[in-house]
Structures are given as C-alpha cells and as structure tokens.
Write a protein that binds this ligand. Structure first.
Ligand code: MRU
Length: 341
C-alpha cells in the first residue's frame, strides 16, 4: 500500500502530519508558504527526499499565491519564498537541490513571458520533481532488493520509508521490493531518540505493509546485533558528500561502527538528489542542532532538569570507510566505485 505523505490539491499542499503518527492519521491542508515552513521545521513533513518535494511544491504555492503582474514581480516574490524555505532545515541537501531546480526553471523566463503561463510551468516542474522522486524510490528498491537474502535480519534507523519520500522510500523500499519478490527476512527498527521516527513511523509503516518488524530502543543495537544475529544494516541519508561520507539521523554513525566491529555490511540507500557534488567531505556538511526541549521532555513529560545543558545534533556523519555500498536509483555502488562516479 503506497502512502501519499504529500500531494498538490486545489491550489494547496496537503500533507500527513507526521508528528501525530501513529496515534492519529491526519492530513493538513496548507495554503501559505509560512505554514509549510513551520511544518518542515517541526517535522510534520520530514525525511530528506520529502523535504525536497515539499520545497518544490512550496515554491509552486508561492507562485500561485503571488499577485505579481510581471515576470520581474513574480521573480521577486519567489526569491523571498525560496529564501524562507531554505532556512527551514540545513542538512537535507534535497531541499536545496529542489529549490535550485525550481529557480533554474524561472531563470529561463524572459520579461515577455506570460505570467499566468509561467505559474503553470512552475507548478508543472514541482509535480515533475514529485513524480521523479516516486520513480527513484521504486528503482532504489529494485536495485537494493538483491542484497536481501532469505533469513536476513536487517537493522534500520530513523525512517527512510514512504513517509520520508513521495514513493516507497529508500532503505525501506529495499524491504518492500524484497518482500514482493517473496524473500523471508526480519527487520529490526531502532526507536530513534529523541523524536522517535523509528518507533512512531518506521514500525507503523512496516507493520501496515506486512513486514516482520521488531522494535528496539537505540541503546539495544549492539546487543541485538550480537545476540539476535543481525546480518546487515540499511539506512537512508540526508546528504552524501563527494567522497561518500554520509549524513543521516543521529545514531547512524554508531551503527556503522558496530557493523564494522561485528563484520556485517552497512548500506546507505538514497536517490541521486541526496548526493551533493558541491560538498567534498562529511566535514563540510552542515549539521542541524535542534532545541533543548527535545531532550528535556518526552512528549509533554519532563524527563531532565529544565536548566540542563543540552547538546542535540539531529544528524551525524558516517565516514565513507565504514560504508559498504551506496544504493541509488542507478545501481548499487561499492563505496570505492562510488567515490569515482
Ligand atoms: O529529522 P528527519 O526525520 O527529517 O530525519 C530523517 C532521516 O534522517 C532519514 O533517515 C533521511 O532523511 C533519509 S529519508 C529517505
């Protein structure tokens, strides 16, 4: 069952409020760019590819809402919208990739263009980005599926599934494709503190799709790998540098270290829109730091002194040397080969 975490409908953006899952499945209709920016910041819409799609649709929303009568006026309005969207989350490169592509579309327009037609063209481009993401997810699943063997026990972290993309997901797309081809395997999902994307979102969507999934909390990973015989780890990514270093949800790096110690492969699944050719190594990837309340409270319950000093990076970087291969829509690249593409 393919979820639809975001769609364009009646000149507005409709998305699942992921902060409410799994207790409530609720769509929000968004007619203003500021509402969308706030939703991205609060992780109502999240996951690198989905953030990219949301940014493209947000750009189109700003075009539709613009009262400009000239191309120059429209360009001014869209510049302001792009700058708001760009400030929402810094790590997922898909956001910047999507804005860049939308801006390129607009930059080809001359002052003679019909503004109404231009708005339509911009929306078409955003919907094209959504469609392409869906196709890339399917191909990631197809390409990665052969890595799953009967009897595998695969650990994943955060949510790199349908809720994080416009399609089947990245890491989880591999599981959906493997199930479709009849393979028998088990998935273990880290709960993913502090915002619980693993327990709230990954468990929810895997169970909905009939995947044999078991929830563990993050500090059980080492023991689970050893005692339950995890055979491989597959995660998503928010940005992959040119040398193969990959930023993903905080806790991913620890899993890669564990994989190396236990001699099991560690795979990163991501579309090419997550590969940032302008970033040389992981050291150049900006890592989002989020507010201290995320660690001081669990939901509405206070679990640490209010004035605690807190360090809360949302992502970490796994060095390429700990990654076995990167699964993309064009193939599975052994990390040494990846560095050459
Ligand atoms: O903070 P989030 O929930 O947006 O972080 C999401 C992740 O880290 C995912 O693993 C990543 O975006 C890949 S999603 C296909």
């Amino acid at each position: 069952m393919l979820l639809e975490p975001i769609r364009w409908e009646k000149n507005s953006i409709v998305f699942i409020d992921q902060t409410e899952l799994p207790a409530k499945f609720r769509y929000i209709r968004c007619r203003e760019i500021d509402t969308l920016c706030s939703a991205i910041r609060k992780l109502k819409v999240r996951g690198a590819p989905l953030i990219g799609v949301a940014a493209a649709l947000g750009y189109a929303l700003a075009a539709i809402n613009s009262k400009a009568l000239t191309v120059a006026g429209l360009k001014k309005d869209l510049k302001s919208a792009a700058s708001k969207l760009a400030k929402t989350r810094p790590t997922a490169v898909n956001l910047f990739w999507a804005l860049d592509r939308m801006e390129k579309k607009l930059s080809h327009a001359s002052s003679n263009n019909n503004v109404k037609e231009l708005r339509k063209e911009i929306l078409k481009e955003a919907l094209c980005i959504l469609d392409e993401d869906r196709r890339m997810c399917r191909m990631i699943g197809k390409n990665g599926e052969r890595l799953i063997k009967n009897g595998d026990k695969v650990l994943t972290h955060c949510n790199a599934g349908m809720l994080a993309t416009a399609g089947y997901g990245t890491a989880l797309s591999v599981f959906y494709a493997a199930k479709k081809s009849g393979k028998k395997f088990k998935v273990y999902a880290d709960e993913t503190r502090p915002l619980m994307q693993g327990s709230r979102l990954t468990m929810w969507e895997l169970m909905k799709n009939g995947i044999d999934a078991t929830l563990i909390c993050d500090n059980m990973a080492a023991a689970t790998i050893r005692d339950r015989g995890i055979t491989k780890i597959i995660v998503g990514a928010d940005r992959i540098a040119r040398n193969g270093d990959a930023a993903n949800k905080i806790g991913t790096y620890a899993l890669a270290v564990l994989a190396r110690y236990h001699g099991i492969p560690f795979y990163v699944a991501a579309p090419s829109t997550t590969i940032d050719k302008n970033t040389r190594t992981g050291d150049d990837i900006p890592i989002e730091e989020r507010n201290k309340e995320e660690l001081i409270y669990v939901g509405s319950k206070q679990t640490a002194p209010k004035n605690s000093k807190v360090y809360n990076p949302a992502f970490d970087v796994t060095p390429a040397e700990l990654i076995t291969a990167i699964i993309t829509e064009t193939g599975v690249y052994d990390i040494k080969r990846f560095r050459r593409i």
